[in-house]
Design a protein around this ligand. Structure first.
Ligand code: ZN
Length: 317
């Protein structure tokens, strides 16, 4: 059985192992082992325990869903989400997709999914922000839905998931129109070692989309999952922002994003209820970065991206 002293030593050794690697966008000839974390940074890890989730940061959450939450109606689920958000001092929560997940919704399913989000927004139009869920396999119907929910409705962003890869031309008119409306475009991305879904984008695909639409504000969802590669893939695309949501709170993730992209391109999102607010906030609150950067990541960047469209819709900033 492990006694207290050896357990403490075990944890210290584990921490050193995690922090002994500093993640960088490397040239092919460099290896991670060339980099190490200074001893003073290792010492400061214990101090980060003092960071409380009820800290004075304003928090906007980029990434939330109704699917997976308890509740018979969209409104019931929205009320529950806000109840938990209140515990963590999260003032605003972006919602997209309906009561159940659908990889490639038909036009009818798209409308239903977006209707469910519109119903959820009724619970609190200042705190809940809607993104319209579109399937570019149905380009014209997606453009109609964009008009209904963003141009003529209360939504402020576009959500693209796994129906069509971001390299496809069928995204182009959708992204152009979203940009005209001042909406941001959230593109899910992942790099799976066992292979992506056929229509699932990689962060490299997101970079391609951003190059085709340099005036658009595009979110690289989940930082590509494999975030070391994801951050490097979008580094040179200055109109791409990283979503921190949806993976484990691994040491070094947020630090690398800030170092490589600058804190103005990093945005906190949870992917609730698939992930908890607590684990996802920990990525920012526990990161070894200045408080100024945490403020940008937790609310400042998203507010700035949405300020124009919120203002035009008369939604308080
Ligand atoms: Zn999600």
């Amino acid at each position: 059985m492990r006694n207290k002293t050896s357990r403490r030593r075990f944890i210290a050794q584990s921490t050193s192992t995690v922090l002994g690697t500093q993640f960088l966008c490397l040239s092919p000839k460099m290896t991670h082992s060339q980099f190490s974390v200074p001893q003073n940074q290792l010492n400061s890890v214990s101090n980060s325990d003092q960071q409380k989730p009820d800290s004075p940061f304003e928090i906007w959450d980029l990434h939330g869903h109704l699917a997976g939450q308890k509740g018979q109606t969209p409104q019931e689920r929205a009320v529950r989400l806000l109840h938990f958000a209140d515990r963590m001092n999260i003032t605003r929560l972006c919602l997209y997709m309906g009561m159940s997940f659908s990889y490639a919704p038909t036009p009818e399913e798209m409308r239903q999914q977006n209707d469910e989000v519109l119903q959820a927004l009724q619970v609190n139009q200042d705190r809940l922000l809607g993104f319209v869920y579109l399937n570019p396999q149905f380009e014209l119907e997606s453009l109609d839905e964009l008009e209904r929910c963003v141009a003529d409705g209360p939504m402020v962003g576009v959500k693209l998931w796994v129906a069509v890869r971001a390299i496809a031309p069928s995204l182009d008119r959708i992204v152009d129109r979203a940009t005209e409306l001042g909406a941001i475009v959230f593109q899910h991305s992942w790099l799976k070692i066992n292979g992506n879904l056929p229509g699932e984008s990689t962060p490299m695909d997101v970079a391609d989309l951003a190059r085709r639409h340099p005036e658009s504000n595009i979110i690289c969802g989940h930082a590509g999952g494999d975030w070391e590669q994801g951050i490097c893939a979008i580094k040179d695309s200055e109109n791409v922002f990283i979503d921190l949501g949806g993976g484990d709170p691994t040491a070094g993730f947020t630090e690398m994003a800030v170092r490589e992209l600058g804190s103005d391109r990093v945005i906190y999102g949870s992917d609730v209820p698939g992930r908890s607010f607590g684990t996802q906030l920990a990525k920012v609150l526990g990161a070894e970065i200045p408080e100024f950067d945490k403020k940008r990541i937790l609310a400042g960047n998203l507010r700035s991206l949405l300020s124009g469209i919120l203002g035009r819709k008369g939604i308080a900033l």
